[in-house]
Design a protein around this ligand. Sequence first.
Ligand SMILES: [Zn+2]
Length: 375
Amino acid sequence: MKTAFVYTDAYLDYDYGPTHPLRIIRLKLTYDLIRAYELLDLPSVQFIPTIKAEEEDLAAFHSKEYLNILKQANAGRLTGSTFCFGLGPGDNPIFPGLYDLSLLATGATLQAVDFVADGRGEIAFNIAGGLHHAMQSRASGFCYINDPVIGIMRLLSRGKRVAYIDIDAHHGDGVQRAFYGTNRVLTISLHETGHTLFPGTGFEYEIGEGEGEGYAVNLPFPHDTNDDVYVWAFEEVVPELIHAFQPDVVVTQLGVDTFYNDPLTNLHLSILGYERVLKRIKDLAPRWVALGGGGYNISNVARAWTLAWAVMNGIELKEDLPKSFSEEAEKMGVEERELRGSLRTPLHGQNKENRMEMERVVHYVKETVFPKVKR
Ligand SMILES: [Zn+2]
């Protein structure tokens, strides 16, 4: 089996700002840890340096008017009203090069897509992608350009059937919206309920419309949901839908903000639950385009995506982090010395109310969606 890792240090030229939770350094830390484990030296692995997307790639989904605004904002400032485009102080700041960074992150997703669609290999991973909240004409939730949507559209144009699985703690609203009316893409999002977390959508009764009815699937989890409940619901719903839909390619958004110690969210997963879900996705996906996503504890991000890359390549890693990485990472405030380490904390049982709530949700999904999803 052949795999590809798409990356460039050029991401580090950009910065959302000193107080913004999305820190670009997490990408570099992940790359460094993957390299320290020598996971790019495997004979089956191809390293692909990121190349920027073209404007016409972005225009496949985003409006011209919005892209023009982003291009103006690329200078780091913007005159006039940006309110309706979602830009400004807060979640989606205007910073120098924001359009260039978007071209890079989207370019990497398209490179991953082409690697898989060309048949050059089975799995490709772009840790800088997964910006699932961006809308057609609006930035949202730290996302300016929706690379998962653009990547999926490229796959559709190449005649592929696509299932999208989003395991970020936040609902994959931008991707769901883009394909809400079609049965050519099956979107499945597992996330913290919109009652307690941005973007406030992703309820089980959002199932698609028209031809797309049944092809949008949502599993909203109550806060404090642990591995047991999460993995149980995943197993009840995802494998059967993938078997029924029979995608050519599975695209995943692998946000790592579901862990109990993520500063922005309230789910209670450990890295063991994350690992189980990844291994299952690997079994289910005939071809796999893996994208990054959220994750606001940078030590978690580097370790969880390194583990994800190891799973994609069928490698078991030793638990002690390579010394060369630990020394460098410590300078950036990462003190953890083990791969799973504190993220291993098993939080089993005692989730009775959450389990009951998810039994209700799973039952609803089985009743409404399962009979509709077909090849
Ligand atoms: Zn998130």
